[in-house]
Design a protein around this ligand. Sequence first.
Ligand SMILES: Nc1nc2c(c(=O)[nH]1)N[C@H]1C(S)=C(S)[C@@H](COP(=O)(O)O)O[C@H]1N2
Ligand SMILES: [Mo]
Length: 333
Amino acid sequence: MNRPDRSALNPAGFHRRIPLQPHQMLERLTPTQDVIVLCHLGVPRIAPDAWSLSIEGLVERPATLRYDALLRYPRHTVTTVHQCAGSPLAPREPTRRVANVAWGGARLRDVLDDCGVHQQAKFVWSSGLDHGRFDQVEVEAYTKDLPIARVGADVLLAYELNGAPLPAENGFPVRLLVPGFYGTNSVKWLSRISLQATRAPGPFTTRYYNDPILDAAGRDTLRTQPVWAIAPESIIVAPAPGSTIACGAPAEIWGWSWADAGVGSVDVFAGNEALPTALEARVDRAWQRFNAVWRPQCRGEVTLSSIAVASDGAVQPREGYRNAAHRVAVTVV
Ligand SMILES: Nc1nc2c(c(=O)[nH]1)N[C@H]1C(S)=C(S)[C@@H](COP(=O)(O)O)O[C@H]1N2
Ligand SMILES: [Mo]
């Protein structure tokens, strides 16, 4: 059915771009053209003066915010790791689709304060202007939720990426941006915010993006948890897979690590050998560089790996989860 009130999608349908492999993530701040793009339903094309955001639900004063009014709120910036959780159809598969970028926009907190949030509101529901079919399911709008306690200081109604207006694919003119949560929660082409007492219905909060909770033995407990906070993770940028390393001489192994809580330490391994590893402190919510020095023995193929330990003690798993350790095979000659 043709619905003229709905935004045109170009392209329509699932659309994604994964420009960089870990060994290509050389830059601290990812250039915009190298940022991952993930659109379940297509890319709406919206002019700023045709855009507005409705704020409704458990608020004293529901509002419709236009683009120029949004720009009058104080501009806030956050540099943060931006990571796709991977396919909701393969939630335990590591994909390492990640970037580190600067976002600019208005604080959601400031806008909500002007609307007066009711005490009973516990969740922020957010919907985009994209619509269509994903995995055989017909979707009216891409809708996500987050706990209201999370809104705090740095959840943004973002209109800038790396100091320029958002590209269409990344949510132009305005997207939600939840620093420290997986990208899936940061709704692009944002059109509606609704304050509610419960989690949002809809496929992207109920059917997809809920992880099975496993017990200590790795068995499914039949309970799930939403894919919200980014779990501790690290990637080895250099050496690249398949590199040849000279034996005897010191070689540097370096990469990036991140977690919602920040990373407290990283352990780098050459085979089973743990290497002394230095880690920089977190600035804002950016990823943190680690580096280790290795004096390889002359022994052929070696697998390098790294394990991040978050500041709250959570440890990156070796396998079986989306944040499982990254392994890089190199040859020592
Ligand atoms: N409206 C809408 N927002 C969305 C999506 C979407 O399909 N529609 N995809 C989500 C997913 S899964 C990710 S990983 C991020 C990707 O953001 P980016 O394309 O700007 O990198 O957007 C999220 N926000
Ligand atoms: Mo994603």
